[in-house]
Design a protein around this ligand. Sequence first.
Ligand code: SF4
Length: 164
Amino acid sequence: MDKITGTLIWYYYICPREVWLMAHELNPEQDNPYIEIGRLIHEDSYAREKKEITFGNIKLDILKKKNGQIVVAEVKKSSRFEKSARMQLAFYLYRLKEMGIDAKGELLVPREKKKVYVELDGEIEKELQRAFSDIENIISKETPPKPEKNKFCGKCAYREFCWA
Ligand code: SF4
């Protein structure tokens, strides 16, 4: 479970082979933004401001609404990989919940004038838990799953490796 990161969750909904390849290369500690989110939320000065954290190619805004509700917002250029983005955001909310922080998520796609609310409920938590065990299963294998063409392949750092 410690090996599972937001990045792996994102790829899980696109390509299991990429999950294996990344997991065998990445240091998971480089991708633990929920610890940083937790720190920001606990800072005294936080109530007055919006905070922003960046990790990898992801930028999150941490907002505290008047009613005390904490919102983790992520801005996307397009909704092309929306399912991955939603589940990744849900994963951060899940981790925050484990830290005792109750937060909601918003996925914003300004170009498409789109806002997707992400909230943890029993169903999403179960889906995440299934993803965790599936990911653990994928990365415990000696070799990666076979490549299967998908809409991310053209942008993928492993495309030469998979398709040359
Ligand atoms: S190139 Fe395609 S099949 Fe290969 S790892 Fe990337 S997304 Fe997966």
